[in-house]
Design a protein around this ligand. Structure first.
Ligand SMILES: [Zn+2]
Length: 167
């Protein structure tokens, strides 16, 4: 077992107690302080000046937007229940939050909706059709019939596109 002395707490610890940060000269770069010491240091630094720490983390987030989004996305995928709970908590504490966002950013909302629609036109069409049947109080056809109807609509739409080229 590989060991190393932490420069913070001076303890001889297993190498797995130290964090790493990428590679240096092809070898893994290992932090000189153990995870516990680094975490304590970060906590002290945060408590010493929370506003500065928040600004620092905002700056980091902006500079590493793609990486942060990736990490957040992976976390959301791994913790769907926590995401749901957080969303519920958020909407309960401020029920009109999304409404305000919608009113303040109509273009963004429209763009998001359009992106969703374009990402899965068949699914969107299917949902709309089912709604229409329900609204008219008609029995919803079987999934097989519905998928045929979607296909039919998609073919119609394609034909329209070909006969009337968009500008
Ligand atoms: Zn230590």
């Amino acid at each position: 077992m590989e060991t190393k002395i932490c420069t913070g707490c001076q303890l001889l610890l297993c190498i797995t107690s130290f964090g790493g940060n990428g590679l240096r000269n092809g070898r893994p770069r290992i932090s000189c302080r153990c995870r516990g010491c680094r975490s304590n240091y970060a906590k002290r630094r945060y408590l010493a000046n929370p506003e500065k720490a928040k600004a620092r983390s905002r700056r980091y987030h902006q500079r590493h937007l793609a990486k942060c989004n990736e990490i957040a996305k992976a976390w959301r995928k791994a913790n769907p229940d926590k995401v749901k709970a957080n969303n519920r908590k958020c909407s309960q504490s401020d029920p009109s939050r999304y409404k305000r966002y919608r009113q303040a950013n109509p273009d963004k909302v429209r763009a998001t909706k359009r992106a969703h629609r374009d990402a899965a036109p068949e699914k969107n069409m299917l949902t709309k059709m089912i709604w229409d049947f329900r609204r008219r109080n008609e029995p919803t056809p079987t999934p097989e019939i519905l998928s045929l109807m979607v296909l039919h609509n998609l073919v119609k739409r394609e034909l329209r596109k070909q006969t009337k080229p968009t500008k």
